[in-house]
Design a protein. Sequence first.
Length: 296
Amino acid sequence: MEKHETNPPVVVREDCIGCEQCVAVCPSFVLDMTKGKSEVVRGHWCIGCGHCGAVCPTGAILHEGVCFDTHPQKGEVPAISPEALGLLLRERRSVRNYTTDSVPEGVLKKIFDAGRYAPTGTNSQNVHYVVLNSPDRIEELHRMTIHVYDKIFSRARGRLGLLLISLIAGRKTAAYLRSSLPKVEYANELMKQGKDPLFYHAPVVILTHAESWDPCSSFNCSVALYHCSLMAHTLGLGCCFNGFLSNAVNHASKIKRWLDIPPDHNCYSAMTLGYPNVKYLRLVHRDPPKVQNTCA
């Protein structure tokens, strides 16, 4: 697994006040209390998350390779109110109508900067991005993706192919593919008219990938790209997550090679990106959360 390489922290004992906060927040058991002071006892277990230095009230923890910035609000309150965050989450919508305007490199950098602050299991920071902003490259990816689904749905049209899908992927998947055939046919007709029901003529397509054997990779990539989508929204852009694309990449080694994704990586999330050519005037409700309270 690609790890964020870092040295273990160093505790300046004369500055340590023995509050034990660094010991409490360390996820890797690197620190213990010794004679009323914090001490690094399992330095080789450090994952470089920076929790210990970020929580220390006296700055007694030095961590080479881990940078700390002063919190503009001194960490006393969250940077955003619950009401503002709730509104941001509600007004972000999947955008399928884009202008032809390109997205500047500086704007993309801000978007990916947001992605790098997403949590990753064991602080692996193993999220890789593939960005396509060339119309020719996007068109080629579009062609290869459609080819994958043409083969899948051609099997779903016949009884033998449907049986094979049932055996490999299960009955529910086979039934889903069968019921989706009318939509596929309609989408094909739209594409013949020059429309794009897959990438929506977006000027940018983004994919994430990471090690397929790392159980945290799916979470890492999905959360990172969601962070990117929120930043994109604040910058006046729109996004639409695209599971069809990530699934096609993982089912077609040709596409994976074309995107320079390593053989031992999988694509875990993808989305289109661009300036929206539509404005949503109302907020939409969603079903109540499905919460199981086992303590009730």
